[in-house]
Design a binder for this molecule. Sequence first.
Ligand code: PEP
Length: 257
Amino acid sequence: GTGRRTLVAGNWKMNLNHLEAIALVQKVAYDLKPAELETVETVVFPPFVDLRSVQTTIDGDKLAVGYGAQDLSPFDSGAHTGDISGAMLAKLGCAYVIVGHSERRTDHHETDAVVAAKAAAAYKHGLTPIVCIGEHEDVRVAGTHIEHCLTQLAGSLAGITPKQAETIVVAYEPVWAIGTGRTASAQDAQDMCAAVRGKLAELFTPEIAAGIRVLYGGSVKASNAAELFTMPDVDGGLVGGASLVAEEFTAIVRSGP
Ligand code: PEP
C-alpha cells in the first residue's frame, strides 16, 4: 500500500525444532539480498522454544530478518503455568508478537477482550502486536463478514492508545482460507483491508490509519502473493504453511512492491 513498507510475516505455528529453525532462518536470510530486505520487512515467528536459537543466529550473523513470538501472556509475571510474558520475549530481542490468531481463538477460547489485553501487554513490554481478525465461513456465506470483522477489530483494540496504534499491525485472516489452500481473491482481501483501514480511522485518526499496515493472511503462496500485495490497502502478508519452505517464503518476500 501507498507509502507503507510491505511486511511479510512467517508464522511457523507448532513446527520445527530449534535446529530446524536455525537452518530455515539462515536459508531465508542468506538468500534474500539486503536491498530486498530493505524493501520488504521480513519477520519470522518461531515457536517459543526456538526463539533463543533464532536470536543467536540472527544476531551472530547480523542478519536483516526480524523475529517475534506467536503469542504472549496478558500478565507480566507470576503464577501462570505454561505461559510466556512480554518481558521474556523482549529480553530475547523479539520485536513483534502475534495476538489473536484464529488458532488461539479456537484452541484456547481467546475472546476479543483477551486479545486486547495481550495487545496492551505487548506495548507495555516494548513489543509491537500483530492483531489478527477474520471471519469463519458461515459468516462469509451470510454476507456479514465486514461488520463481523470490524466488530472483532474494535474489541481486539480496546484500550489501545492513538500513540500505540501508530505502530500496530492488523492481519485480516479469513478462517476459511487458513491452511486450506483457498486464498481470498485479491479484491476480497482489498475490500476487507480497506474497511479495516476505515474503521481504524474512526477508532483513531485518518492520519494514524493511513500509516498502519494491514496484512492479508490465508493460503498466501508465491503464486498469489504479488497480486495480493499490489492491492492498495494490502500491506503485506501473514504466511503460515508457505513460510516453512525457504524457497517459497523468499519468493513471497520478492513479491513485494
Ligand atoms: C496463518 O497461520 O496465519 C496462515 C495464514 O496460515 P496459511 O498461510 O497456512 O493459510
